[in-house]
Design a protein around this ligand. Structure first.
Ligand code: MTE
Length: 321
């Protein structure tokens, strides 16, 4: 997304993606000895390490299938856990898979604050107690114009919101990621304003498609994908999907999300997937599905328009990007 000189980073990341994953598949498919040779050929010792997907985690019990799932084929575990954006663990796509490996996410509490009756620290176990979990296979579209299909495991954010009893003044929700300078090496870089913040309008947050994910492929969610608790809003660009949520605040005014704060001409609050509104530096009309060669057309609201378009009726989506 961003930073140093966004244009350069973006275009190279986008065009190299296929190549990047092919190299991983290549390494994964070869014996260790050949891999060592390959590393030499590719000229990067770090790359050999990056080729390791997340270790498999604890299996989650009683996960029900959801009718909200797409029947498109999910991306591979290796793709979903080695091609990440998580700047607290570095700005390269493979950095989170290496640098978040030992991130400690237990115990975990979420601080609930703002315009609600039930404020305070909620341990994650309490949030999950008695909570039904579902597998939601969702389309995932990054603003960088790549996409994946991801089999999340999670629960409706609406369930947690109801427990917090928002007051009538609560119009938006603000989410904040953990800020742990000891464990998150990326925080040393001023690439973004830390901690990472995101927000939703209350009706977006209450929408049945909006979930908090705690799992991937039926297992506990890997650190690089946002453990232990991560937002998933499938009709919005990936940067809304804030990871490692440690604070939830109900607010009256629209929150300032991190990406809008860093480059408001490029990233807005709504961030709905919209193939007719280009990013100032690249087209949003098409996307590269990780693992595929040919680009595909990007769908309005990432294909979830039937379910979500009515929330934006009458809004100018070119201005409210
Ligand atoms: N959350 C935090 N805390 N820090 C980040 O850097 N990156 C965002 C989002 N959530 C980010 C974050 C961006 S830009 C994207 S595209 C998605 O996470 C990527 O999610 P993925 O790595 O699971 O594909």
């Amino acid at each position: 997304m961003l930073i140093k000189r966004p244009a350069d980073i973006r275009s190279s990341e986008i065009t190299d993606k296929k190549l990047y994953l092919n190299r991983r598949e290549f390494l994964g498919a070869t014996a260790a000895t050949t891999a060592a040779v390959a590393t030499g050929v590719l000229g990067s010792a770090a790359f050999a390490e990056a080729a390791t997907a997340a270790p498999h985690g604890r299996k989650l019990d009683n996960v029900k299938k959801s009718s909200f799932s797409t029947d498109e084929k999910p991306n591979k575990w290796e793709e979903i856990t080695t091609y990440n954006n998580y700047y607290e663990f570095g700005t390269d796509k493979d950095s989170p898979s290496m640098l978040a490996r030992n991130y400690k996410t237990e115990p975990w509490t979420v601080m609930i604050d703002g315009e609600c009756n039930k404020k305070g620290n909620m341990p994650l176990e309490d949030i999950l107690k008695g909570q039904a979990l579902e597998e939601r296979v969702y389309r995932h579209r990054c603003v960088e114009a790549w996409s994946m299909i991801i089999p999340w495991v999670g629960f409706p954010l609406a369930d947690l919101i109801k427990k917090c009893e928002p007051t009538s003044k609560a119009k938006f929700i603000e989410f904040t990621t953990a800020y742990d300078t000891k464990q998150m090496p990326g925080l040393r870089s001023p690439v973004l304003h830390w901690p990472y913040v995101e927000g939703l309008r209350l009706d977006e947050a209450m929408h049945p498609l909006t979930i908090l994910a705690v799992g991937l492929y039926g297992e506990v969610i890997p650190n690089q994908d946002g453990a232990p608790l991560r937002l998933v809003v499938p009709w919005k660009y990936g940067f809304k999907h804030i990871k490692a949520i440690q604070k939830i605040r109900f607010v009256e005014k629209q929150p300032l999300n991190t990406w809008q704060e860093s480059a408001s001409q490029e990233y807005g609050f709504y961030s709905n997937v919209n193939p007719t509104v280009d990013h100032p530096r690249w087209s949003q009309a098409t996307e590269r599905r990780i693992g595929e060669f040919l680009r595909r057309k990007t769908l309005m609201f990432n294909g979830y328009g039937d379910q979500v378009a009515s929330m934006y009726a009458g809004m100018d989506l070119k201005r409210n990007y």
